[in-house]
Design a protein around this ligand. Structure first.
Ligand code: FAD
Length: 320
């Protein structure tokens, strides 16, 4: 593919995380003209964590950033191209006699016969007073990015799942104290993470509590928490950092009217990663499924690319 090539892409992949890059490896290795579009304002969720120890074949563990870089290198080695842009819409378009798709990214568009949506998800907000005002001034959704700023300071982590506990453990490398605020009386995180957190002297828990307000002047100085049921006294926890890990919302706005999604906005895809629209496939954290992890995102990406390959070959009359 050259820059002045006017032919449509065989496959445009939206997303440069594990799902999109694996789709890129498979599609380009199969000889398809492949472009991977990575978001300019949204990053891959996995680059936010410093230690992945459950990706098969990497027993010593690795950082999310390094893992994604190795996926990217592999996709590029087979001829995939990448672009950085936020796709805002995907529209049907006739491409030289074929029914294809146009991807809209600001003032720019890309034409493709098939599309793989691998856009992942983004952290949900708490909805607490002060939350928006203090983003970047004490409120963070990424311990790997911002943890080192809180050396010898007190921080809170909101949430009780794997990400919350994994990031709380990471924050103990820097912070003097990490209080995990969880709306239930027990954690949802994997047993191995729970054991590590309970054994860590820097981690305390505020059980059955919700954050009502994030307080401070220019920067965060603390949080007001209240009993999750509503009954009981509020209290203030001093904290200079508030790390929020309370669930995710899929990044699927660009295909709202194009493919079927569930009530939470996750794309519904079948076992072959086909969506309700012919020529659009989906993979990774943006689809409705039970386990949102790197290994499942990679599997989805490979399947989506293979399905896209069969689709494009059939469209061009090249199936065998
Ligand atoms: C803190 C944390 C710790 C985690 N730890 C682990 C772990 O230890 N092991 C594990 O297996 N999983 C872990 N996960 C889960 C893992 O990160 C995800 O399952 C995985 O990243 C999903 O890959 P994906 O490619 O579907 O989405 P992502 O990795 O989120 O990638 C999405 C891609 O889509 C792009 N994008 C989004 N919107 C647009 C748009 N409009 N236009 C263009 N591009 C767009 C983004 O830029 C990004 O490149 C963790 C997640 C977090 C947040």
């Amino acid at each position: 593919m050259t820059d002045n090539d006017t032919q449509p892409l065989d496959v445009a992949i939206i997303g440069g995380g594990p799902a999109g890059l694996t789709a890129g490896i498979y599609a380009s290795r199969a000889g398809l003209k492949t472009l991977i579009i990575e978001g300019s304002t949204v990053t891959s969720q996995i680059t936010m964590t410093d230690l992945i120890e459950n990706f098969p074949g990497v027993p010593e563990g690795t950082s999310g950033f390094d893992l994604v870089e190795s996926f990217r290198k592999q996709a590029l080695s087979f001829g995939a191209r990448t672009a950085t842009a936020d796709v805002s819409a995907v529209r049907k378009k006739s491409l030289g006699g074929f029914e294809g798709w146009e991807l809209v990214c600001g003032g720019k568009t890309f034409d493709a016969l098939a599309v793989v949506v691998a856009t992942g998800s983004a952290w949900r907000r708490l909805g607490a007073e002060g939350e928006e005002r203090f983003i970047g001034r004490g409120v963070s959704f990424c311990a790997t990015c911002d943890g080192p700023l809180y050396r010898n300071r007190e921080v809170v982590v909101v949430g009780g799942g794997n990400s919350a506990i994994q990031e709380a453990l990471f924050l103990t490398h820097f912070a003097s104290k990490v209080t995990v605020i969880h709306r239930r009386d027990r954690l949802r995180a994997d047993d191995v993470l729970q054991k590590r957190a309970f054994a860590n002297p820097k981690i305390e828990f505020a059980w059955s509590s919700v954050v009502k307000e994030i307080r401070g002047g220019d920067l965060v100085e603390g949080v007001t928490i209240a009993p999750a049921g509503g009954e009981g006294k509020e209290r203030v926890l001093p904290a200079e950092g508030v790390f929020i890990f309370v669930g995710l919302t899929p990044n699927t706005a660009m295909v709202t009217d194009v493919v079927a999604r569930d009530a939470q906005g996750y794309i519904t895809a079948d076992a072959d990663m086909k969506t309700s629209a012919a020529g659009i496939f989906a993979a990774g954290d943006c689809i409705h499924k039970t386990l949102h992890q790197v290994v499942t995102a990679c599997g989805d990406g490979a399947t989506a690319a293979y399905s896209a390959q069969l689709y494009v070959e059939a469209l061009k009359g090249e199936s065998y």
